[in-house]
Design a protein around this ligand. Structure first.
Ligand SMILES: *Cc1c(COP(=O)(O)O)cnc(C)c1O
Length: 234
């Protein structure tokens, strides 16, 4: 069985990297939140992270995540759904999560709004933008973002908070920064057209520095906290 003893050290190291990047890129201290991506990882790993003070967790697979949330029902913990969503599988997401980062079509947003339980606050939404063109299939194309934002903003049980992106892998810092810069620009455009957004969900284990340089307010970190994921689930 894996021991999660090093997990607190990993978290401390990731927090230090974020704090250093905030300083290096003249970002306000504490302006970049850490979402711990716990998909495929067991309850013990999440509990170890909670014990080390982590309060935001990201999950990508519905059944797995609903089971985990049920077992770890703690009011202080915030659950973010970050994976692809089939439109016939929205209900458990509407019922169990506080945030969804992966909205790229109105049909899914409409269903989440319809299914959001009345006793819960509105579901926080980030629109996923395809920032790498042909190289990525998921995410709304930049030229269709405005229309999607207009539509999502009218849905009563959703709160439009920001943009999310998963760029194609790139090696150099400058190459990594480009798609993030594009998304930051789209955020600024939306602000000018009546959608002030406070969240840029950008940056993973291998590109968080570039994302923070370009204004990320939430980095989604899995591997650097929990170690490599053994298998890719379908
Ligand atoms: C898995 C995943 C992550 C975490 O990636 P790491 O490289 O392990 O940090 C971040 N965002 C999304 C959308 C993911 O699916």
């Amino acid at each position: 069985m894996t021991s999660w003893e090093t997990l607190a050290d990993n978290l401390t190291a990731v927090r230090a990297v974020i704090a250093a990047a905030e300083r290096r890129w003249q970002r306000d201290p504490g302006s970049v939140a850490l979402l711990a991506v716990s998909k495929t990882k067991p309850l013990e790993a999440i509990m170890a992270a909670m014990a080390a003070g982590q309060t935001r967790f990201g999950e990508s697979y519905i059944q797995e995540s609903v089971e985990k949330i049920a077992r770890l029902a703690v009011p202080s913990v915030e659950w973010h759904f970050i994976g692809p969503i089939q439109s016939n599988k929205t209900r458990p997401i509407a019922e169990h999560f506080q945030w969804v980062h992966s909205i790229d079509r109105i049909k899914v947003a409409q269903r989440l709004s319809d299914q959001r339980p009345a006793n819960l606050p509105p579901l926080n939404i980030c629109l996923q933008v395809n920032s790498s063109g042909e190289a990525s299939k998921s995410g709304v194309p930049p030229e269709q973002l405005r229309e999607l934002a207009d539509a999502v903003a009218t849905l009563p049980r959703l709160a439009l908070r920001g943009l999310m992106t998963i760029p194609a892998p790139a090696q150099s810092l400058e190459d990594q920064r480009q798609p993030f810069r594009l998304v930051r620009g789209l955020r600024d455009d939306l602000a000018r057209s009546g959608h002030p957004l406070d969240t840029l969900s950008m940056g993973m284990s291998d590109d968080l520095e570039a994302a923070i340089a370009e204004g990320s307010t939430m980095v989604r970190i899995g591997t650097a906290i929990f170690g490599a994921r053994a298998t890719v689930k379908p």
